[in-house]
Design a protein around this ligand. Sequence first.
Ligand code: ADP
Ligand code: GN1
Ligand code: MG
Length: 383
Amino acid sequence: MESSKSRVAAPVMSPSSERPPLREICRQFPLAGEFEQGEPHGTGHINDTYAVSCRGASGRVRYILQRINPRVFRDIPALMENIQRVTEHAARRGAARPGEPRRQTLRVVPTVGGAAFLHDAAGQCWRCYDFVEGARTYDILQDPAQAREAAYAFGDFQGLLADLPAPRLHETIPHFHHTRRRYDALRAAAAADRHGRAAAARAELEFAAAREPVVDVLLDQQARGLLPERITHNDTKLNNVMLDDATGRAVCVIDLDTVMPGLALYDFGDMVRSATNSAAEDETDLGKVHMRMPVFAALVEGYLASARGFLNAAEVGHLAFSARLITFEIGVRFLTDFLEGDVYFKTKRPSHNLDRCRCQFALVRSIEEQTDAMRRLVDRHAT
Ligand code: ADP
Ligand code: GN1
Ligand code: MG
């Protein structure tokens, strides 16, 4: 969680600012050939991700090598234990189902010593995944069909994990989607104003304060037993699902660091936040930012197609609301990080987190304007 604690940690290392010894790191994994090259890959905000190519007897094989962000993930053995359990279970369940040949589960490549991750000489933790070939991720959705696919895949992923045997998964980031705590963290960061940035964010702080009543809605429903805890992905942004280059079909759900107990609605809300936005997450021309209703419709259709069988009435009844809540919550997190001096999300400019927050809040406004229509659309699909 992007708390004040993380301020004391080492600065974020971005792939562009230094080159880790990828060749040496790769020697510690049983890769199918000689290391050829490794390049920074993707646009994730948390880990340092590299695409690595190896040349072997059967040609070129690629892998994803990731340095896990230790400021965000405080217990990496627990994190990797979760990922191994989840990927192995989902792979077993997926394999037992006929008729979906292109769907894959992320596969961890253990080290030569059989460990789930490597501690390198500099004390950093690395993991390796098979590269999902013939597919890619999108930061901005191009076509509502992609939304249907992504939502189907995330719903299906929740379904595959519904019968994961005990014990309960570790909470890799405690209280990750606890919107009340996120809101209180923002208030504390604004009050402390350690970087003298609160004045620049006055309008956004007012926007957030005006919406305080929404922060407890799902937490209250959960406390009353109406919303069940499930195993959820918790980071269902569009670029965390890989779509097939040829068919556009969802191939693989990735970025499993936050797979843990949660509410199904957190996953749906973040799909809406990331997929329906007509602009980039950090767009500064807020006139370009709005919630695209056809994309929302495609998300509802895709998600209900895979998740309708297990969702209860309260979950379905809050699908539209979850979009507003999670978009707000992530805007609050960007704003908190801005006030705390950009210690959590990778940034490219001093106002980056503030820009991201403004864009999320513009999207919240657009969702609020369309809430009635969104609700009606969910009702039509659900009945
Ligand atoms: P972060 O936690 O920083 O978001 P991700 O695990 O999402 O890191 O990885 C960042 C990006 O790298 C993804 O958006 C995706 O484009 C790419 N990526 C991640 N895993 C794979 C994989 N197994 N195969 C191909 N590309 C991947
Ligand atoms: C981070 O890891 P990535 O880039 O897919 C963040 C999400 C935020 C998202 C905003 C572990 O996701 O919670 O919604 O940025 N992940 C973590 O883009 O904090
Ligand atoms: Mg990601």
